[in-house]
Design a protein around this ligand. Sequence first.
Ligand code: NAD
Ligand code: IPM
Ligand code: MN
Length: 366
Amino acid sequence: MKKRIVLLPGDGIGKEVINSAQDVLNAIAEEFNHSFTFETHEIGGAAIDLYGTPLPETTVDACKQADAVLLGAVGGPKWDNNPSHLRPERGLLGIRKALDLFANLRPIKGFKNLLHASPLKEEVVAGSDLLIVRELTGGIYFGTPSERRDNGQTVVDTLAYTRKEIERIVDKAFQAAQGRSGHLTSVDKANVLESSKMWREIVEEKKAQYPDVVVEHVLVDAAAMKLITNPTKFDVIVTENMFGDILSDEASVLTGSLGMLASASLSEDGVGLYEPVHGSAPDIAGKGIANPSAMILSAALMLRYSFQLNDEATLIEDAVQSVLDSGFHTADLHIPEGRQVGTEEMTRLIVDYIKSQNASKCIMSC
Ligand code: NAD
Ligand code: IPM
Ligand code: MN
């Protein structure tokens, strides 16, 4: 299979972990006889420094023409005091909007033998396996331009959703629930927000179309608590943009680190973008210690969702699990035993596993 992949490293550890994903994809291409070509473009702070904008047109055009996009992370202290339109994060929001990536799928599964890496009790975390379906192109992130009024004494951010925007993400979540255990939790703040009231109405309307799915509504504050006291009660969670952002970082503690969480940002039928849930991690950028797993697992999601290469995706996921099982881990995973390795060594171990597994399969069947 021939595929053109656009890489958007971005800033901070984004630049480091994207190399890991590329190494892993090169190993997959070699082992399975695929041809993946890579084209790198700037986004975020890197693009501001080079072109004076966080999202150059050339980047948008390249993404639109690609078969899939991998994004590292954007942002960093260098640009924190820039005016809003010149912040790196604007580049990320801009590419999500330009590609109409309304559905952000964030799977969260405790890795076998890593339960003790979570600060939560092992018996609480054991068996947790959930999917956050986050609406990604609407809500308060994209309201009428935020502004300061009254000589800076008043600030305004608006939260708007259209019926269509809610319907399409809710459909996506119902379908995801059908493919899993058939349980959907819709998270909102319907006791206060009008947008949440409409969200809840739409989920209720849609129920009839998906009679095999059991639906529950939970208010976001309670959901934040239940997520870490009783995570196994959740399967698919669907929620609006900002609630989904916050809950997914919270849910990362189930896996022991934000450095483990991958995501897929999908449109109706256009190009998909795959990005770790974490950011550019300025506190560890440049040290070579970032956990590449979230980025590598995002590349696996790309193979599965954009290219339907399920065996290849599963091999990558098995490789990450196997390297962790062998006791190797990056510093973000607080495991007293085992051996701490840096980004490059972790990547090499994952690549080696991929090569060894595929080679041994060939010896048996070729
Ligand atoms: P962050 O996710 O960058 O970091 C939070 C903490 O998690 C830090 O202590 C960091 O070292 C750690 N961490 C994150 N990923 C890790 C990994 N792969 N390996 C090891 N440790 C990891 O969040 P932040 O510090 O709040 O934000 C930093 C910058 O990143 C900000 O500019 C923010 O806007 C941006 N950001 C970007 C994205 C994105 O591009 N998708 C996502 C979140 C934050
Ligand atoms: C994420 C990030 C982004 C978001 C920021 C950097 C704009 O936190 O991808 O989770 O809030 O969507
Ligand atoms: Mn986030």
